[in-house]
Design a binder for this molecule. Structure first.
Ligand code: ADP
Length: 504
């Protein structure tokens, strides 16, 4: 049986119950209980006692009586006494079991029963105590003659051997269930093979990771299914198989192979290296420019007229601003990662903000054509003014940056039932459908010659998305390659605003 086919044994305790019942019958008992000793009790596999034709409610009074009474020992392994009618009544045996009732001596008002306790031990130690009840005067074949003592000891030895193997079996079944559960639930793919490297087990995670169904692979050679590769990506032939090497020692009869999904780790690794290359490039460029201008200006053999001095200092200032913005974005991105973003919300007149930001762009970049389309009576929104200004600036900067020819940028605001939607359109290089899904990810930059030549750390849209979503809004893009892009974001209208705390 493979781990994949978990054994559903509902009769886990049946072997012991049958054994205990047979022993009680052989000893002429009608009902009883076997109580496992502390030494033999294994919490992983045993129950503390096994009842035979006795109810749970009868157990406690019976055991407390036995605790107070004479108990068997290795010299005298069987102890018999008579229970008082009160206790018999308390055990409620007479009422519940018709057969027992028939055998119970005495009257219904004064029922009488014998209690027998048998010590069960073997060479390995004390296994437990068998307590059973019978009508007074009955006796088993082990009590009838002088030689019976030897027979009783032999009976105890056989009973103990049977119990030991039943307890062992119980513990094996439990162990197997535990392993099967681990195998089925494991987040790692697990397969086991025999010494011929044929698959014996294939867990559900393995099915998910490989796309193979268990019934398709059982009995196949594992390397036909997995095609294992080394770190350099070369396929490992059968000769290099790690499992085969492990089998070389000769001892194992099966091998286990685990498979872990490392896609996410790979992605994080790639993100880290992209981060390092983007950030070092983005930091180095302005630093190199600042240093270049600074050393030119510091030359003692050069003189500069007012205009060239001013333009050089202006370039230094612009690069310092760029550095400042990059560091600010990095800090903001790490705050987004660390927890929720807190917004300082107040009523915001978007028309006013759009006009201010577009005007500033127009002054900064006179070559850019900026068109604004604002409906009259645009509803106010609840928003953090500085943050929304940042979003608009980012989208406008991108629209200009990614429009290689003369940029034309259009900002439109419109209202729907629940939201105000702001769109920033350009007629620039556009974004392919595949890349549109990723541009809002941290450090993601579209990889082409044109983008590579432009500065950027891939943080702007990530920050925009975090800000907009922290306002309960959405941000998305509609774009066609070489035709242009429209970035849109929505903010809930003030009267509808329902602002979540967004945690990234
Ligand atoms: P950055 O501009 O610093 O690279 P962003 O997060 O602002 O980072 O943008 C991510 C990527 O999305 C950019 O690298 C660019 O490839 C693409 N992108 C953003 N805006 C536009 C746009 N208006 N037109 C074309 N591509 C854009």
């Amino acid at each position: 049986m493979s781990w994949s086919q978990t054994q559903q044994s509902e009769d886990l305790y049946d072997q012991i119950t049958i054994l205990v019942g047979s022993a009680i019958r052989l000893l002429s008992g009608d009902a009883g209980v076997f109580v496992v000793s502390n030494e033999a009790f294994d919490p992983q596999s045993n129950t503390e006692y096994t009842l035979y034709r006795l109810t749970e409610s009868a157990l406690m009074p019976l055991l407390s009586y036995i605790r107070e009474s004479k108990r068997p020992n290795s010299h005298c392994p069987l102890v018999i006494d008579t229970l008082s009618p009160t206790l018999v009544k308390q055990l409620a045996i007479c009422d519940e079991d018709e057969e027992l009732l028939r055998d119970v001596k005495g009257t219904k008002e004064q029922p009488v029963l014998e209690r027998c306790s048998l010590l069960v031990n073997d060479h390995a130690g004390f296994l437990g105590m068998l307590h059973y009840l019978r009508p007074p005067g009955s006796s088993s074949c082990f009590e009838r003659s002088d030689e019976s003592e030897g027979a009783l000891r032999l009976f105890i030895a056989h009973f103990a051997a049977g119990l030991r193997s039943a307890l062992k079996w119980q513990s094996l079944v439990k162990e197997q269930r535990r392993l099967a559960a681990i195998f089925q639930q494991s987040a790692e793919g697990i397969l086991t093979v025999d010494t011929a490297l044929r698959i014996i087990d294939f867990n559900p995670t393995m099915e998910r990771l490989t796309g193979w169904r268990e019934n398709e692979v059982l009995g196949r050679f594992y390397y036909e299914v997995l095609h294992p590769k080394d770190r350099l990506g070369n396929e490992l032939g059968l000769q290099d198989s790690l499992i085969l090497q492990a089998f070389a020692g000769g001892e194992p009869t099966s091998g286990i192979l685990t498979v872990r999904d490392i896609t996410r780790e790979r992605q994080q690794e790639e993100q880290r290296s992209t981060f390092i290359s983007v950030i070092s490039h983005e930091l180095q460029t302005p630093i190199a420019i600042i240093k270049g201008y600074a050393s030119t200006l510091a030359r003692t053999d050069a003189t500069f007229d007012r205009e060239s001095l001013r333009s050089r200092l202006q370039a230094v200032e612009e690069e310092a601003d760029r550095l400042n913005k990059l560091v600010g974005n990095l800090l903001y991105a790490s705050r987004i990662q660390a927890g929720g973003l807190q917004m300082e919300l107040a009523t915001l007149d978007l028309s006013n903000l759009v006009q201010k930001v577009t005007h500033r762009l127009q002054v900064k970049s006179p070559g850019v054509t900026v068109k604004v389309n604002l409906p009259p009576n645009l509803p106010t929104v609840m928003a953090d003014r500085d943050r929304i200004e940042e979003v608009l600036e980012n989208l406008l900067d991108n629209a200009v940056k990614y429009s290689p020819d003369k940029p034309v940028v259009t900002v439109v605001c419109r209202t729907t039932g629940d939201e105000v939607i702001v769109s920033v359109s350009d007629a620039g290089m556009g974004i392919s459908l595949r890349e549109q899904e990723q541009i809002f990810d941290r450090f993601y930059r579209v990889g082409n010659a044109m983008t590579n030549s432009l500065q950027g750390a891939g943080l702007g849209l990530y920050i925009c998305r975090a800000i907009v979503e922290a306002h309960g809004g959405r941000i998305w893009v509609e774009s066609a390659l070489h035709q242009g892009s429209t970035f849109l974001f929505s903010l809930p209208r003030m009267e509808k605003a329902h602002l979540p705390m967004v945690v990234f």
